[in-house]
Every structure is written in structure tokens, then in C-alpha cells.
Design a protein around this ligand. Sequence first.
Ligand SMILES: [Zn+2]
Length: 248
Amino acid sequence: MAHVPEALIDLIVEHGRMTVAGDHDGLIADFLPDRVGQLLTSATVPADLVRAQLVSTEAGPDGEVVAVTKYTDVRGESVELRACWVPFGGSWRVTRVRNIPETRPWMNEYGPSPDGVDQEHWAGLANGELRLQRCGDCTEWIWAPRPMCPHCRSLNTTWETVDPAGRIYSWTRTWQNFSPETAGHLPYVVVLVELAQAGNSRVLGVLEDTDGREVRIGMSVQGKIDTPPPGTTGSPLVRWHVAEGEWQ
Ligand SMILES: [Zn+2]
């Protein structure tokens, strides 16, 4: 294993001390300049920290050093952060940081719309199924849900369970913190998934395990229905995963 320089270990320990002290300017000075905005929201620690402890450092083959630091708050509860440091201007800077284990964004405002037109979709997710709307007369798929078929204007719409397997039609990596719930989860990738089994209907969702990976249009993806974490009021949703062998 490659050697981790003593000077870097000192820097990482000092970074932990500044985090505990709430030294915002000191922390930012350790971040890669073009990564500051993301790094401020890609991990979270409690506000009332009392101790930082360097747990491990590991040098990678490409000059990066991954450091795990344990932060403990006044109640004695602790969180661990994994930070990746890279050489920069004769010293080192942080390029990535994440909580361990990595958590996912969860928006509490997800759920049935007030008019109830998508009620069956959310009921399906609660039951572990992806349900899409379909016309009972012309049999065309309808997405997003609406009271009337846009193809034949029939009001006779039904719902069918669809295998959550498709291809990436489009995607974007979100670096900005658009809502309080996404703090500590950036960046994340939002995908528009085309479902061949449902008339190429396109559904939106979050793609998992994308840090440092190149997402491509056309990749095969599989959806898994995820239930809300404890303490949130959100509804279940579909998380998308790139199929085995598709990453390059
Ligand atoms: Zn129709």
C-alpha cells in the first residue's frame, strides 16, 4: 500500500479539529476551490461536536488519500465521514466527502397529489409495485396520470403493474441543494427512465451508486422500491440501479 505522508495526516487531524470548532473559513480553505459548494452539502455532522478522531487513512493508486474521521457530539453519539484528499498546490485539498454509510436524498413532499388522480400509483408503491395508468379503450399508456386519455379522450382509464426495468432516456447530476432534505446527499443523479414494456413511458427517479461514475444515455436500469427512512413523512419511491456490466 502506498505511503500516506505525515504532513497530510497532520492536515487531516487539524481539519477534524476545525470541524469540531465550527471554523467555517478554515474548513473551506481545505476544500478544492471548484468543489466548495458541493462539499458544504455532501455530508452532515451534528452541530454540537466535542471530538474528532482520525480512524484510518488509505492511499489509492492515483494519488488520492481516503481518510475516515469519527465525530462525536455532546450526547456521546458519533458519525463517521469518509473524505478523499488530493494533491493541490504543494499541499492537499478535499475533493469528496460523504457520511458513512452513505445515505440517499429523500424528499418529504413526495406523495399523492391533492386531486387524487395518481392515487393508484402511490398505492402501488406502498404495495411494492410500480403501477402506471393505461387507457381502457385504446390501450395506450398514460404517463403522467390524468383523468382523460390524451390519445382517444376516453375517461375509462385503468392501472397496470409494470416491471420496473428500462433504459436511461436522459439524466442530470444535481450539485445544488434545492431543498433541506437533500443536504448531506449531494451530488445525486436524476434519471428519466424509458419503460419499453409500458409504451416507452418515461418516469423520473434517482439513480444509485453514481459517485465518480459516468452515466450514459441508453444504459439498462432496474428499479427497486424503497420505503421512507424512519422520521420522514414521505411515500415509497422507485430507486434506479444500473444493470450489472453496464458501468465501464
Ligand atoms: Zn385512449
